[in-house]
Design a protein around this ligand. Structure first.
Ligand SMILES: Cc1cc2nc3c(=O)[nH]c(=O)nc-3n(C[C@H](O)[C@H](O)[C@H](O)COP(=O)(O)OP(=O)(O)OC[C@H]3O[C@@H](n4cnc5c(N)ncnc54)[C@H](O)[C@@H]3O)c2cc1C
Length: 454
């Protein structure tokens, strides 16, 4: 993802761009290089806006290819012990499988006349000048070939994901190990596709049940993807992972703080095996603190990878591409000196807020190691008042949604109006209106909007 978006940006500034990919892309076939693609990949609104800017008409194309389009007000979302009030309409959401998203974006790349796509090419190391102050290209190996070859380039961009070998390659050039920050959260995912039951009536398009930290660790989410299929992802933090056997998967859903997903999974037809994925820690590699050789930069998960439960990853890749575009715009024509350092420093500051958003919630668990300054404690107290209020107040839930989707600054949440709303909130959890879940072949319960749950 980061490689495709960065290539689009680079193509406007360089004579030739080559995108090297270890896997072979063939439509929506599973790829070894992106094992997380089996799991739910929500797109924040910020990512939608940036990606659409780089590939105009892409989301219309995605919908024609089977993606679902709906409004955030149609999401049923349980978080911090409450069903959140439906947000006001206005945040358009697109849900599809990650392979479909990748293949539609990838399908647009051949339109870029100076971009060459080279599949089944694995980068194996950097090629530097004699003094190792400048990267001159990469060494690559084509599939099923022993011999390597050199591809020369004025600029090398590492977008090879969390497993990037750049730290090692730089050490091989005599540089110190890049510093890393980790906040360990030990999340485990287990996901499966289901056919949407025909006899089900709901008043929502997507469902998320999140835990109340620190006492709960489990979440479950369901979103519509192509061909009337639901993608269900369950996840647990701190090693409390969902299993990949039938009975265990259902039992995990039963243990969620609300019964809706369990009631659905009991009845829905599974279409795939249960895929699992483990994610150890929020991670940042501080390339901004290293004196990188000229002609090199690092972005996407290769630079930072945050707890996927907050759905920020693709947005961070898009923000990095956007930061790169800004850096290239002010770079003197034909001169790349200082580009890498300037980019890594700018993108590091762009990451600060998303890092704070992801790790602040993880740090609510006492066993998660990381700094908890006084302001963090105060912020948590205030946030929990807002979360309670969000069960009853669509202005609060809408502002939360805008902040999460990175279309508004978090300062929105501390405006005088929001502070007043937070402190007029009724205390205690268990609020909010449960979403409708009605199986038409089961007798309806009277008086509740969740007709035959529980
Ligand atoms: C379980 C899970 C759920 C997630 N859910 C969400 C979500 O809801 N929303 C969201 O925005 N993000 C989510 N993410 C994060 C998202 O998947 C990543 O942030 C995103 O894929 C980052 O893109 P990337 O291009 O940096 O890396 P990747 O997508 O991992 O791509 C790296 C690419 O580099 C290739 N490659 C690797 N090494 C080499 C090499 N040596 N030579 C050539 N090619 C190579 C790989 O084959 C691959 O194609 C989730 C992550 C996980 C683990």
């Amino acid at each position: 993802m980061a490689g495709m978006l960065a290539s689009r940006v680079l193509s406007a500034h360089f004579e030739r761009v080559t995108l090297l990919e270890r896997d072979r892309h063939s439509g929506t076939e599973p790829r070894k290089g992106v094992p997380q693609e089996q799991h739910a990949h929500g797109l924040l609104k910020k990512a939608v806006d940036l990606i659409e800017g780089y590939f105009p008409g892409l989301f219309e194309q995605l919908v024609s290819a089977g993606a679902n389009v709906w409004d955030m007000s149609e999401a049923a979302w349980f978080h911090f012990g409450n069903w959140q009030a439906r947000s006001q309409p206005g945040l358009t959401m697109y849900t599809q499988s990650r392979p479909l998203l990748d293949s539609v974006i990838r399908g647009r790349l051949p339109d870029i006349h100076n971009l060459t796509l080279l599949d089944e090419c694995e980068v194996v190391k950097l090629v530097a000048n004699e003094t190792r102050s400048l990267i001159r290209g990469v060494e690559l190996r084509r599939r099923k070939q022993e011999a390597t070859e050199v591809l020369e380039a004025d600029l090398v961009v590492d977008a090879s994901g969390r497993g990037s070998r750049m730290p090692r390659w730089l050490e091989d050039l005599g540089l110190p190990r890049v510093e890393e920050s980790h906040v360990r959260i030990e999340v485990g995912y287990a996901s499966r596709r289901y056919r949407k039951p025909k006899n089900l009536v709901t008043n929502w398009k997507a469902l998320s049940i999140y835990p109340t930290p620190p006492k709960e660790t489990r979440m479950g989410a369901l979103s519509p993807i192509e061909e009337d299929i639901w993608l269900v992802s369950q996840a647990g933090s701190l090693g409390d992972h969902p299993p990949n056997d039938e009975a265990g998967y259902l039992e995990f859903a039963r243990s969620l703080p609300q019964p809706h997903l369990y009631e659905i999974l009991k009845r829905a037809e599974p279409l795939t095996p249960i895929a699992t994925h483990k994610f150890p820690s929020n991670m940042r590699r501080h390339y901004e603190r290293l004196k990188l050789p000229e002609g090199l930069l690092v972005l996407g998960d290769a630079m930072c990878s945050f707890n996927p439960l907050y759905g920020q990853g693709i947005t961070l890749s898009a923000l990095a591409a956007n930061t790169l575009e800004g850096c290239l715009a002010v770079q003197p024509q034909g001169d790349l000196a200082g580009l890498g350092a300037r980019f890594q420093s700018k993108v590091a500051s762009v990451l600060e807020l998303p890092w704070l958003m992801a790790t602040s919630e993880d740090l609510i668990y006492p066993s998660v190691e990381g700094p908890r300054p006084l302001w963090w404690k105060m912020m948590q107290g205030y946030a929990s008042r807002l979360h309670e209020r969000a069960a009853y107040d669509s202005v609060v839930s809408t502002n939360f949604a805008k902040m999460m989707h990175m279309t508004s600054s978090p300062l929105l949440l501390v405006s005088p109006q929001m502070v007043m709303r937070a402190f007029s909130a009724p205390r205690g959890s268990g609020g909010g209106t449960p979403p409708v879940l009605q199986f038409t072949d089961a007798p309806a319960q009277s008086g509740g909007s969740v007709a035959n749950v529980g």
